[in-house]
Design a protein around this ligand. Structure first.
Ligand SMILES: Cc1cc2nc3c(=O)[nH]c(=O)nc-3n(C[C@H](O)[C@H](O)[C@H](O)COP(=O)(O)OP(=O)(O)OC[C@H]3O[C@@H](n4cnc5c(N)ncnc54)[C@H](O)[C@@H]3O)c2cc1C
Length: 520
């Protein structure tokens, strides 16, 4: 029997599959499509997603191939309301939005998954799951033949209309937006104003609705507008004429001379009531669907996969309890709720056709969003850097820091430089300790005994200096302060281990608080 079945080879299923293989868990992905779409649904990868993708044991090409969009500009007709600059900050490498086609991302992830020993069965449509005394009997159709196979765990990464979700009767609560969205990938030949649409993202608000322009590389621009239409035109010339007139109606005339791809969709805003039933789990669009405003769907889904993978791996290896799935739901549902609140409010603000509301909106954006602190807060939310998890209720140490993001810090150990994310790739917690010698590490790891199945040690001579980027000032000279940092496999701080007299005992306590089953 295979351990895990992932239903759906979208970005979320493939990220989860690659991570599970990386952590030594056998898994199969079943995908109903025979081949990948030639067009891309999503483009925007936000900074935290790009950062987390570095936890994969594979280079999926985002750094080298993505178009980096460092600024989003918001206009009311021609008047600039605000600029969001996704530059650098003290603890980030780059906060730019990475414009990277979803189909390319999926193809890179598929290569990574297969090179880690993962198996994808394409043209395979799952339609029924039966509960068995030991696992699940999954029924699927492959080339008109009905087949069945048993699995211990099933993860539904099968998108907005998830069959897995329906089969376990999980409700998805929400509603459809009243507007449809037209999405088109176009070449813009000319524009009435000197908008730098090849470099920056632009959103234009007007009483006719909104239009978003986003560079996607090779001289193409993704255009998203809200529309009453429910269909696309039959010919390219009809679509070109419609797009040009809709852009004109929104306050700027552009001449579009090439449409590579165009689609109209009605979008929902919804969230599931729970993320799992026994050992059937959901992730990605199967759990939450957002307005395209803010480009959050793909990002939230990929981050679900990072949150779930290490928990599922510990659970499967009998190193963690089933409460890990409850923790996954607790953390990720709270994030999805916040993302939905943000995208719903942005959506309603952007599509309003009421002149009075538009006036108030423009006034508020000009006055409030222009403030650096408000602007920075919005950037942190959109980029995913604002995500922080509640520490476990019974956590004894480091509550102040637990749940905060930690970036891909390079630490020095004597003459060597080591990367935190490299150390996290095994799917274990990493204990970062101040020190100068690799020798210390071997001795400490040995002293941890069986706990080394959960924890990897990293020695850092520049520990306090680097740590303070994420936790605020930390000084080795502070009396009584000589904490060790415990980092979760998905690069969030687990806590601080302070009781050095019995490091093993302190670690055991903290890991138990994270629902690890560490008793020898
Ligand atoms: C036009 C458009 C633009 C978007 N732009 C952005 C953006 O810029 N930024 C952003 O963050 N998000 C964006 N999104 C949202 C983003 O595309 C989704 O959030 C993302 O695709 C979700 O990934 P997923 O893996 O959860 O689901 P999906 O990508 O939907 O993948 C699900 C997979 O499951 C397969 N499947 C379904 N049922 C079965 C079955 N019964 N058996 C086997 N396989 C099955 C499907 O074939 C599919 O391959 C956009 C969406 C659209 C439609």
């Amino acid at each position: 029997m295979k351990q895990v079945l992932i239903v759906g080879a979208g970005p979320v299923g493939l990220t989860l599959g690659t991570l599970l293989c990386q952590y030594g868990v056998e898994c199969v992905v079943m995908e109903k499509g025979k081949s990948r779409l030639s067009a891309s649904k999503a483009f925007s990868l936000h900074a935290r997603t790009v950062e987390m993708l570095k936890l994969l044991n594979a280079d999926i090409g985002v750094d080298a191939k993505a178009v980096k969009v460092e600024e989003m500009r918001l206009y009311s007709r021609h008047n600039l309301l605000s600029k969001m600059r996704f530059g650098k900050s003290s603890n980030t490498e780059c906060r730019a939005i990475h414009s990277y086609p979803q189909n390319l991302l999926e193809s890179e992830l598929e290569t990574a998954f297969c090179s880690h020993g993962g198996l994808i069965e394409k043209g395979t449509k799952v339609f029924q799951i039966d509960h068995q005394p030991h696992g699940y009997l999954v029924h699927y159709k492959y080339q008109d033949e009905v087949k069945s196979q048993c699995f211990d765990y099933v993860v539904g990464c099968d998108g907005a209309n998830s069959i897995v979700r329906q089969l376990v009767n999980i409700n998805s609560l929400g509603c459809a937006y009243s507007e449809n969205f037209l999405v088109a990938d176009c070449k813009i030949e000319s524009m009435s104003h000197s908008f730098d649409y090849q470099k920056h993202g632009h959103t234009f608000l007007s009483s006719k609705g909104y239009a978003m322009l986003f560079p996607i590389g090779q001289d193409y621009t993704r255009i998203v507008i809200d529309t009453d239409r429910q269909y696309i035109g039959e010919s390219e010339s009809e679509n070109l004429a419609y797009l040009n007139s809709e852009l004109e109606a929104r306050g700027f005339s552009a001449h579009i001379d090439n449409v590579k791809w165009i689609s109209v969709a009605n979008v929902r805003s919804s969230l599931v009531s729970k993320y799992s039933v026994d050992n059937i789990i959901l992730a990605g669009d199967a759990c939450h669907i957002h307005s395209p405003v803010g480009g959050q769907g793909l990002n939230t889904g990929i981050q679900d996969a990072f949150n779930l993978a290490w928990r599922l791996a510990f659970l499967i290896k009998s190193q963690g309890s089933s409460a890990l799935l409850r923790d996954y739901e607790y953390e990720r549902r709270a994030v999805a709720k916040r993302v939905l609140k943000m995208t719903n409010s942005m959506h309603n603000m952007f599509v309003t056709k009421s002149k009075a509301r538009a006036f108030v909106r423009d006034f508020i954006i000009r006055k409030v969003q222009a403030r650096t602190s408000v602007n920075n807060k919005r950037i942190e939310q959109l980029s995913g850097y604002a995500i922080a998890y509640q520490p476990p209720k019974n956590l004894s140490n480091g509550i102040k820091y637990a749940g905060k993001r930690i970036g891909n810090i390079s630490f020095c150990t004597g003459p060597r430089t080591q990367n935190l994310y490299n150390a996290l790739r095994e799917g274990k917690f990493v204990l970062v300790m101040p020190g100068t010698k690799e020798l210390d590490k071997t001795a400490i790891e040995k002293s941890l005994g069986h706990l080394s199945n959960w924890v990897k040690v990293l020695i850092a001579s520049d520990f306090y200096e680097k740590l303070s980027l994420y936790t605020g000032p930390q000084k080795a000279s502070t009396p009584g302060f000589s904490n060790y940092l415990l980092v979760r496999p998905d690069a969030y701080i687990a806590g601080m281990v302070t009781n050095h007299s019995d490091l093993k005992q302190s670690l055991e306590t903290m890991l138990t608080q994270y629902n690890m089953e560490v008793r020898a």
